[in-house]
Design a binder for this molecule. Structure first.
Ligand code: FE2
Length: 212
């Protein structure tokens, strides 16, 4: 993902039919090529007339939108968040077979939630209890402490660091699962690329060593 304006749609890191049958090619194509693309396009359109903000990173835009001019503030909040959340969403999925968390993430999950199954239950409860559109995320702080967070619309969990985020906007599942958000969650859970999520966690710990 580009650090600054103009942002570009990251290509889907796998073929459209890779995630079938959990997420079918049509649903995946619409989600990535239409919805994700629209957030990228809208963000660029909003920022184009404001060169003063072309040097801002995506994370800066997500966290500091309150400092932007009135006329683009809400638009940037929604669209920068949409870009940030979707970028991670697609990158942390992969084709079956299912994988499992690796050290040191697996230990952190056991200490925080009890087990991977307990994490799944907690994250699923969060995903099902988002009212309307939003996200349920497994996050870490800069010390490596895990938590589950819910955000509405396209807000982000920043300054917490998301490791994994489940998109519970209807556009993520309605084409294939209609109103069955729980079934979509279970399917999404089977697609998590745990080696990559684990690597992300380990990398964050290395760059932000825990403070004693
Ligand atoms: Fe989405």
């Amino acid at each position: 993902m580009e650090s600054h304006y103009p942002f570009a749609l990251p290509p889907l890191p796998y073929p459209y039919d890779t995630l079938e049958p959990e997420i079918d090619a049509k649903a995946l194509c619409f989600h990535h090529d239409k919805h994700f693309a629209a957030y990228v396009d809208n963000l660029n359109k909003l920022l184009k007339p404001y060169p003063a903000y072309h040097g801002w990173s995506l994370e800066q835009l997500c966290q500091n939108w309150v400092d932007l001019p009135d006329e683009i503030r809400l638009g940037v909040r929604n669209n920068a968040g949409g870009v940030f959340n979707h970028d991670l969403y697609f990158r942390m999925l992969r084709a079956l077979p299912p994988s499992s968390p690796q050290p040191p993430l697996d230990g952190a999950i056991r200490r925080t939630f009890g087990s991977v199954d307990d994490l799944k239950t907690a994250l699923k409860n969060a995903a099902l209890s988002v009212f309307g559109s939003g996200w349920a995320c497994l996050c870490t702080d800069r010390h490596g402490n895990l938590s589950i967070q819910k955000v509405a619309n396209q807000d982000t969990v920043l300054p917490l660091i998301p490791l994994l985020c489940c998109d519970v906007w209807e556009h993520a599942y309605y084409l294939q699962y209609q109103n069955r958000r729980a079934d979509y969650f279970d399917a999404w859970w089977r697609l998590i690329d745990w080696p990559q999520v684990s690597e992300r966690y380990a990398g964050l710990l290395q760059s932000r060593p825990p403070i004693p």
